[in-house]
Design a protein around this ligand. Structure first.
Ligand code: ADP
Ligand code: MG
Length: 608
């Protein structure tokens, strides 16, 4: 065996293995370079999902002949000017991407600097660098890559089906486009545009919402709540969907840390925690959240291509996310998403009739928008926060229902209540209410379940948790680490109604449990608690568990579908819904009501 220095092309190939996994990783590196170069327009073309060919062209600062030559060499970068790895402000900094791509494909760069009249090109084929030649090109940079992994057939075999690779390309580009709404992005597959997002202007919130509408769809934009929170020097902004707009997977959840797309268990766990009162555990909200933290608070250096991050204080981040999302959802009041009525109308509309106008759908906005956003004027339609203007007596519960006689009058106060006045109950399950400009159909069981849950939670915070002693204390066997974890938290657990203590090394003994749990399987509860503690060492998960229990109790205690209600009962239910945060959906994320605007109904009958 001889000890020797590896040839440069081998070093490059090894480095490429780290960074370049698939066409999408090439595109990510190239587009990030374009963004770092200050581009305002970025066009991406792919053929055969980017495996046979891909190109990225931009209108950024460009490179001169010398810079082109350096750009394709390893560890050459124009970034990191102060050799400071802590305060990184650009997307790239390693000087590895271009030589890595050049090691595993045919690479061609053409560039012209902004104020120069000559363009230059250079080629790299499996790390062999050509000389720089004059070329014809407008200002900016065009980078073309052909035949990815052509010299390393083994790597080629690891690529997935072209459809999957194409999906990765789209996903990577969309995430970058979410971060930079002021930059135009397009993706073309050689025959047609897969998407084209134009530049959007305006303040952060409105520009972002416009870009998110283009990427995530109109339903999302119409039913998204702005998030705007800060703690110390950490901030969280973005948009989250009303719980009634949800999906069976988390693919429409986009998370960014300091403008980098990330996939992170801690962050997705926090999102789940925030929605768990209002959404079934197998449903997922749609969202785009942008976390900004000081650069010394997070380690983005973990891996160049993977989307992992490491936080210095994970508990602080989780607390901020759960708190901010819950607050945002609570401020949305009883609002349920407008796509529901659209869906209902879509089902009812005769074939071939005109789709709803965007205005009809927009007019359903009634969320309480935080001041920061309202003043930006991005939503100057109906953003009246009805909680304060229409229902001044929120604290006097139950809110007095209108007298039964009012129900018969034609011109009653239906316009004073967002959820209107009850007109009828049908199939002993649905309440039909008349509002100023439409009708509302309430699912009485879902609505009542939500109200009871809110009541139990309120009691919990006001009076603390009633405990119930066990006649025979229950011994639960656990492994040592779990016993230690639980024993360290006996004080908090007691506050939540669980009184237990260590019982030797391998067990705990439970003496009291929260009274509201009734007859439960104590062993499985203790095991679940221990698991939660092991996973995330925080009390918040314990409290969350109790909320879950509240939801289960509420479901068992609420008005069943099939019970007849009188007018007074129906109106009382409507008024309580208006006064109860999050009442637009039950704890499983099903809507508690659907609203049909008069205009939509008229359209349904061809009156408009
Ligand atoms: P890094 O981005 O880490 O610096 P790269 O290998 O991705 O490393 O790029 C090397 C250098 O090439 C960059 O630092 C930059 O100076 C230059 N460069 C790459 N792409 C572009 C572009 N589209 N426009 C202008 N300069 C670019
Ligand atoms: Mg780079």
């Amino acid at each position: 065996m001889t000890l020797r220095r590896l040839p440069e092309n081998l070093i490059n190939q090894i480095a490429a293995g780290e960074v370049i996994e698939r066409p999408a990783s090439v595109i990510k590196e190239l587009v990030e370079n374009s963004l770092d170069a200050g581009a305002r327009r970025i066009h991406v073309t792919i053929r055969n999902s980017g495996i046979a060919f891909l190109s990225v062209s931009d209108d950024g600062c460009g490179m001169n002949a010398d810079e082109l030559r350096l750009a394709v060499e390893r560890h050459c970068t124009s970034k990191l000017p102060d050799n400071d790895l802590i305060h990184i402000t650009t997307l790239g900094f390693r000087g590895e991407a271009l030589p890595s791509i050049g090691a595993v494909a045919r690479l061609r760069l053409v560039s012209r600097q902004v104020n120069s009249d000559s363009a230059w090109e250079i080629e790299v084929i499996t790390s062999k660098i050509s000389s720089v030649k004059p070329a014809a090109h407008s200002s900016g940079t065009l980078i073309e890559m052909r035949d990815l992994f052509f010299a390393t057939p083994a790597r080629l075999k690891f690529l997935k089906h072209p459809t999957t690779e194409r999906h990765h390309v789209t996903d990577v580009l969309r995430r970058l486009a979410m971060v930079r709404p002021e930059v135009a992005f397009s993706l073309n597959d050689g025959t047609r545009d897969i998407f084209r997002y134009s530049q959007v202007q305006g303040d952060l919130f409105s520009a972002r919402l416009d870009r998110l509408r283009a990427i995530m769809g109109r339903d999302f934009a119409d039913n998204a709540l702005p998030v705007n929170a800060a703690r110390e020097d950490i901030s969280l902004t973005g948009y989250i969907s009303l719980p009634t707009l949800n999906r069976s997977n988390a693919r429409m959840q986009f998370l960014f840390v300091n403008d980098r797309p990330v996939r992170d268990k801690l962050l997705t766990g926090a999102v789940r925690g925030a929605y768990q009162d209002v959404l079934a555990s197998d449903r997922h909200p749609l969202l785009a959240l942008f976390l900004e933290v000081p650069s010394d608070f997070v380690d983005v250096n973990v891996h160049p291509a993977k989307m992992e991050v490491r936080f210095r204080d994970a508990g602080l981040i989780r607390g901020l996310i759960v708190g901010a999302l819950r607050q945002t959802l609570i401020q949305a009041g009883h609002r349920a998403s407008s796509n529901l009525s659209t869906a209902a109308l879509g089902a009812a509309r005769p074939e071939g009739s005109a789709p709803l106008s965007p205005m009809a759908r927009h007019s359903q906005r009634r969320a309480t928008i935080p001041t920061a956003v309202r003043s930006s004027g991005y939503l100057n339609e109906q953003s009246t926060p009805f909680h304060t203007t229409l229902l001044p007596n929120l604290d006097q519960s139950p809110t007095a229902p209108p007298q039964a006689s009012e129900i018969k009058e034609e011109n009653d106060c239906s316009n004073a209540y967002p959820l209107g006045v009850a007109r009828a109950q049908v199939h002993a399950t649905y309440i039909i209410a008349q509002t100023m400009d439409g009708i509302i159909i309430v699912d009485q069981h879902a609505a009542h379940e939500r109200l009871i849950q809110a009541k139990i939670e309120q009691d919990l915070t006001k009076q603390g948790i009633a405990r119930q002693s066990l006649l025979i204390p229950e011994v639960v066997e656990l492994d040592e680490a779990d016993v230690r974890r639980l024993a360290n938290r006996t004080h908090e657990l007691a506050e939540l109604g669980m009184v237990l203590e260590a019982f030797g090394n391998g067990a705990v003994v439970v003496r009291e449990i929260p009274a509201l749990l009734g007859e439960i399987d104590i062993k499985s509860l203790v095991h679940d608690l221990a698991d939660d503690l092991a996973e995330l060492d925080e009390t918040i998960t314990l409290k969350d568990r109790l909320n879950k229990v509240c939801a289960i109790m509420a479901c068992h205690n609420s008005v069943r579908a099939g019970r007849c209600l009188n007018a007074e009962e129906m109106n009382a239910l409507l008024r309580q819904m208006e006064a109860t945060p999050l009442s637009g959906q039950c704890s499983h994320g099903r809507p508690t009501y659907v609203e049909l605007k008069l205009a939509d109904i008229e359209r349904l009958f061809g009156r408009r």
